[in-house]
Design a protein around this ligand. Structure first.
Ligand SMILES: [Zn+2]
Length: 319
């Protein structure tokens, strides 16, 4: 029997939990839905990720406002994906920060990604009509940007570690508190979405650099907060293994001149026991395998996902 498309039938509300990770450092986790965060400076707040719509973002801001009423000076976007950026207008942020490539990707494929993601995850698109348009970063950088939080609060370091989940992911790192907001570069007990990824770089140098920070707490893109070096390293290594298994399985099917469908089935079989029960596993895997296939076939940059292409790949692999 054909599986329902992506997360189109996953409509039950998820419980959101606001966690205080250190003085003035907040994470909102959501049972496998996208995580977000906020860091309090002396006179302002830095928000990390914007959710999918202003309606969804306002619910998060209402929770955050129970802890601080400082204005949002910076809204940091870890990457360009619609469910992470289209709620931006609710923050009234002075500055919207991203990697320079993220800005280019929004210009190149932001509209298509919006349509694709809202059709894949209708539950996250709560209040879709409140999105005023694409979100445009107003401050971009290539390698690193440091925000002085003021007082004795230390720095917040925004950093690009190489290509990974997308071409332009950045993380937010608090060196003093040793807390890392990793965006979708790391998932803790949630399946990976890799449809726009650079798998070989992600699984090697990018994760190596991120791991070398030595975080004591890590907020991944989805899933619970990892606490302590053991949990942090486990989340990073689980992410690496998921990617490596896909590379191995798809690579061996390509080597014997097999088909994309065979690559999907082999990858599914190799991952399902360990990862099949995690959020969005069945949703992500066709798009993931399709991109691994392209990458290993020499397609340098990910093909743009459109609502139509989503349906074609789904019908071919999960239908
Ligand atoms: Zn993403």
């Amino acid at each position: 029997m054909a599986k329902p498309f992506a997360s189109s039938t996953d409509t039950a509300a998820k419980e959101q939990t606001l966690e205080v990770l250190a003085d003035g450092v907040y994470a909102l986790t959501a049972d496998g839905d996208p995580n977000i965060g906020a860091i309090e400076g002396e006179a302002f707040v830095v928000c990390f990720e914007a959710l999918a719509t202003p309606v969804a973002a306002r619910k998060w801001l209402a929770r955050l406002r129970e802890h601080t009423d400082k204005p949002v000076r910076y809204l940091v976007l870890s990457h360009y994906h619609a469910v992470r950026v289209l709620g931006a207008s609710a923050f009234d942020a002075e500055t919207v920060v991203s990697h320079e490539i993220t800005r280019d990707l929004i210009a190149e494929r932001g509209k298509q990604d919006w349509e694709s993601e809202f059709a894949r995850m209708p539950r996250l698109a709560d209040g879709a009509e409140s999105v005023p348009g694409l979100t445009w970063p107003t401050l971009t950088f290539a390698d690193r940007l440091t925000i002085d939080l003021g007082g004795d609060r230390g720095d917040l370091v925004l950093q690009h570690h190489g290509r990974g989940h997308t071409e332009g992911d950045i993380t937010a790192w608090l060196p003093r508190q040793r807390i890392l907001f990793a965006g979708d570069l790391v998932e803790a007990q949630a399946a990976l979405y890799t449809g726009d990824a650079f798998h070989r770089e992600w699984a090697t140098t990018t994760l190596d650099r991120l791991k070398a920070l030595g975080a004591e707490q890590l907020v991944g893109g989805r899933g619970a907060v990892s606490r302590g070096r053991t949990e942090v390293d486990a989340a990073i290594e689980q992410t690496r293994r998921f990617i490596q298994v896909m590379l191995d399985e798809v690579g061996s099917v390509l080597e014997r001149a097999g088909t994309l469908k065979e690559a999907f089935e082999a990858t599914h079989a190799a991952l399902v026991d360990d990862f099949g029960h995690w959020p969005i596993f069945e949703h992500c895997l066709p798009f993931d395998v399709s991109r691994v296939w392209d990458e290993l076939s020499g397609v340098e940059r990910p093909a743009i996902w459109t609502a139509e292409r989503d349906q074609e790949v789904w019908a071919q692999l999960q239908g």
